[in-house]
Design a protein around this ligand. Structure first.
Ligand SMILES: [Zn+2]
Length: 283
């Protein structure tokens, strides 16, 4: 059994082994017992120079492991979960934006397909240099920028923003490409729902929802606004009518607190406005 390499033998010998080969003993430091990856796995292939070093000869093969192997387990190995320099930068940005750990882990898993864990994130944080904290208002600008950049990546998405007289963003309206189909199918009944104090600056989050055939609410548009001033509300409905044919909306369900109801007639000319009984019964 010989591989003839004649002119190109680069190594005198090669030993391929499993990451679990070898053994490890805990130094007697009195510290808590650690687990080691080294569990004496016998898997290995040994190659060594043959006669006159003209070729490598297979000296020994052992194809059995002393542990389970599978693609799933392989993906979970610390080495394969480890983010590269570019991914570490992205993680660092998310940490600085004040994202919570589970969201960062989810994002990294989605982007890299690596089995990055919350514990990996904790370990990584310890190694990262202490970066001066970004002031909260700047954090929000960065968060907005990240949202906008992400939405703009896909040309089927729609995004529009409004600035006030001082050049500060007062509303951000967006619709994702996939949401357009939902409105096409279920848009005749549209809910408009507001959530308050969604972030540090107390922005209001408006969501337009339709109901699918199993009556589950599905979002078809989102708008963040600094205040519910008439200009911002008008901007939101106007943006909605730029994306969707609002003539087809027959019923609009709103909660009792919805401001500037008269604007609905301007942008949804054929819709009946109903106040949601859920919100009324919760008064
Ligand atoms: Zn092994």
């Amino acid at each position: 059994m010989a591989i003839n390499l004649k002119d190109s033998v680069q190594f005198k010998d090669i030993h391929i082994s499993c990451v679990h080969s070898g053994t490890w003993t805990q130094p007697n430091t009195g510290k808590r017992e650690k687990r080691s990856i080294k569990i004496g796995c016998p898997f290995g292939i040994k190659l060594a120079c043959g006669k006159n070093c003209n070729y490598l000869e297979i000296k020994k093969v052992h194809f059995e492991h002393n542990h389970q192997i599978s693609e799933e387990l392989f993906k979970n190995y610390p080495k394969n979960r480890k983010p590269n320099a570019k991914e570490i930068d992205a993680i660092n940005n998310l940490i600085n934006l004040g994202c919570d750990a589970s969201k960062i882990v989810h994002e990294i898993q989605e982007q890299t397909q690596k089995r990055f864990t919350v514990q990996d994130l904790k370990n990584l944080k310890k190694k990262l240099p202490d970066i001066p904290k970004i002031p909260k208002n700047e954090q929000e600008d960065l968060a907005f920028e990240a949202i906008v950049n992400n939405i703009m990546k896909d040309s089927s998405n729609f995004i529009r923003s409004r600035k006030d007289a001082k050049g500060i963003m007062s509303s951000l309206f967006f619709v994702l490409g996939c949401q357009k189909n939902w409105f096409e199918k279920f848009g005749n009944l549209t809910h408009i729902d507001a959530t308050y104090k969604v972030n540090l600056e107390n922005y209001v989050l408006y969501i337009f929802l339709c109901q699918d055939s199993s009556l589950r609410g599905i979002p078809v548009a989102t708008c963040l606004m600094r205040t519910e001033a008439n200009e911002n509300m008008d901007f939101m409905y106007e943006s909605f009518s730029k994306v969707y044919d609002t003539n087809k909306v027959e019923v609009i369900m709103v909660d009792k607190d919805l401001q500037n109801l008269e604007l609905l007639g301007k942008y949804f000319p054929h819709a009946k406005v109903l106040i949601c009984t859920f919100h009324v019964s919760n008064i």
